[in-house]
Design a protein around this ligand. Structure first.
Ligand SMILES: [Zn+2]
Length: 246
């Protein structure tokens, strides 16, 4: 099978909209679709490869109400900048840029301090939180699994859009690093959820009984994620294109 390489996404301005959309041609798309990317705060229009741009503009023009409503409802973006306040595991932290700090930086006493050049600050804060997530979430997942007599094969951290965690049948767990930006109880719930999948690869009553045993506050945490999850995607900005979490 040959693969058709689609051109890179480009911006598409449409009269009546406050910001351009991202136009992406897809070899697999059979029709035009609109989707919101909350992490990047933009609306994407996916079109079949080779479609005339004027067609896409007309399509978006018929749906400007939908686009405007989605953009208006986006939680505010909260970039990682000097002096910004972010919540880490439910505790308020202020971001400090200290150019001469060596190494990867530090989170202590309600501050996140990173060094290096100022333009690298967002990336460094993100890397610091991911490194911490790997240790913290990994340790907790292994400890919880041990109480069930199960074993975690590996833990990976990602920047997922629609799932906070996942578990494979081979015992590989994956989590969104953004759980570090949620209250600790919420982070613990997602860990308990994925660890419970090591024993029950389904969402049966038996599975939920196991989750509740590992995390009695599961219901409240799920509710929190439903209401505040989209806002977590707006913190710190998305990974640069092509960048995956280590
Ligand atoms: Zn699940």
């Amino acid at each position: 099978m040959t693969t058709v390489r689609s051109p890179r996404p480009r911006l598409l301005s449409v009269v009546g909209l406050p910001m351009p959309l991202e136009l992406r041609e897809s070899a697999r798309a059979r029709r035009m679709t609109l989707r919101l990317d909350p992490a990047r705060g933009l609306v994407q229009v996916v079109v079949p490869a080779g479609l005339a741009e004027a067609e896409a503009v007309r399509f978006v023009g018929r749906h400007t109400g939908w686009v405007q409503a989605r953009l208006a409802k986006l939680p505010p973006a909260l970039p990682f900048t000097e002096g910004a306040h972010i919540s880490v595991l439910g505790r308020d932290h202020i971001i400090r840029h200290e150019p001469f700090i060596r190494g990867s930086g530090v989170r202590e006493g309600g501050e996140i301090r990173v060094g290096g050049r100022v333009e690298h600050l967002p990336r460094r804060v993100r890397a610091l939180l991911i490194a911490e997530a790997r240790g913290l979430i990994g340790d907790r997942a292994r400890a919880l699994a041990a109480t069930l007599g199960a074993r975690v094969k590996a833990v990976t951290l990602r920047d997922t859009r629609s799932r906070w965690g996942s578990c494979t049948s081979t015992g590989r767990l994956s989590f969104s690093w953004r759980l570090m930006l949620a209250p600790e109880a919420v982070c613990n719930y997602v860990i308990a959820h994925e660890v419970a999948h090591l024993c029950e690869m389904n969402h049966s009553p038996r599975f939920w009984a196991l989750v509740t045993k590992l995390c009695p506050d599961a219901l409240r945490a799920r509710d929190w994620l439903r209401r505040h999850g989209p806002a977590l995607l707006r913190i710190g900005g998305p990974a640069a294109p092509g960048q995956t979490e280590p």
